[in-house]
Design a protein around this ligand. Structure first.
Ligand code: PLP
Length: 361
């Protein structure tokens, strides 16, 4: 067995994989695999319904919000958000704090007037204070990414918007802490980090935000259309949604998002503690207050690539895989999503300490 620290697609809870394996060829005595069933049949429709119900329960989603399950990934939502929400005033605000919000901003320029609320920094290592953000009172929404997967920058606050709807990409910290959904106009998250395999994106949208889609919006991306059809307007990724619903059940058995939040705090503090205590051997470029609990990027000895390569090779030999940093930032990145246990994190921490001690001598 290896410990998979990938940034996504990421490790799934072993318990869930075992359940799925057991039911792979015969789901609930139907004699069929979920992936062979009609998406309009009662067996699958119940799974679809249960997935949305569990999501509502876990995040305490208010009644006036719809939960949609869509395809096209987080990147699909970069466009869908614009096509559905930007038409109202023709413009939208973007707070760019990392690689993914930058991509969303670039996509938005195709659909209308996308404005940066603060200039794009050279490196993504912090979040400018809110009093420096220049919000456009005429924006259809303010967009931000709660956790920047590549750069390891995570919000520790919900931005104030003076009534402008807030749109948030929570792909890489979804279900890792409780959120007050009522503060948001829309939240989206690709499943492949914290809640399932790649192939489905969860959208939580306030009802009054729906219904102003641009004429060019493909029906499969039109929130109204998807909502009216309970997310089965066309063939959904049935098997993926089934696995996600199993992850939701696993989350419920493990104290839900509160349980995950405590665990994420404990795991990330352990690794950041080691980085901070290493006398500059390990360095994390991110401002301490915005360091991600999910994706922990760090360099070794000021970015010594030979040493980083050695670290990765030795880690892999010791059973810890996919620790390489994103190609745009280099170094190491440890992703500590929900399925990474505290014990897994301790194993990495011990390895980091031993590697450091070995180089000190
Ligand atoms: N947003 C965030 C925060 C991500 O981490 C990613 C992918 O890693 C995306 C969006 C893009 O998601 P997808 O690859 O599903 O389009």
């Amino acid at each position: 067995m290896v410990i998979n620290f990938a940034a996504g697609p990421a490790k799934l809870p072993e318990e869930v994989l075992k359940e799925v394996q057991q039911e792979l060829t015969d789901y609930n005595n139907t004699g069929m695999s979920i992936m062979e069933m009609s998406h309009r049949g009662s067996v699958y429709l119940k799974i679809n319904e249960d997935a949305m119900k569990s999501c509502r329960e876990l995040l305490k989603v208010p009644e006036n919000y719809k939960i949609l399950l869509m395809q096209g990934g987080g990147s699909g939502q970069f466009a869908a958000v614009c096509m559905n929400l930007m038409g109202k005033t023709g413009s939208a605000d973007y707070a760019v704090t990392g690689t993914w919000s930058w991509k969303a901003y670039k996509e938005a320029q195709k659909y209308g007037n996308a404005n940066l609320v603060f200039p794009k920094p050279e490196n993504f290592t912090t979040i400018p204070p809110q009093n420096e953000w220049k919000l456009n009172p005429n924006a259809s929404y303010l967009y931000y990414c709660d956790n920047e997967t590549v750069d390891g920058v995570e919000f520790n606050f919900v931005p104030e918007t003076n009534g402008i709807p807030l749109v948030c990409d929570m792909s890489s910290n979804f279900m890792s802490r409780s959120i007050d959904v009522s503060k948001f106009g829309l939240i989206f998250a690709g499943a492949q980090k914290n809640v399932g395999p790649a192939g489905v994106t969860v959208i939580i949208v306030r009802e009054d935000m729906i219904g102003n889609a641009m004429k060019i919006t493909p029906s499969v991306f039109d929130y109204m259309d998807v909502a009216k059809n309970n997310s089965v307007s066309n063939t959904p990724p049935t098997f993926i949604i089934y696995i996600m619903s199993r992850v939701f059940e696993w989350l419920k058995r493990n104290d839900g998002v509160e349980g995950m939040s405590k665990l994420a705090q404990k795991k990330s503090q352990l690794i950041y503690g080691t980085i901070n205590k290493s006398n500059g051997f390990y360095t994390c470029p991110v401002d301490e207050q915005y360091r991600s609990r999910m994706n922990l990027p760090f360099r070794i000895s000021g970015g010594d690539e030979a040493l980083e390569k050695e670290f990765l090779q030795k880690a892999e030999k010791a059973g810890m895989v996919q620790l390489k940093g994103h190609r745009s930032v280099g170094g190491i990145r440890a992703s500590l999503y929900n399925a990474i246990s505290f014990e897994n994190t301790e194993t990495l921490n011990k390895f980091m300490n031993e590697f450091y001690e070995g180089k000190k001598l």
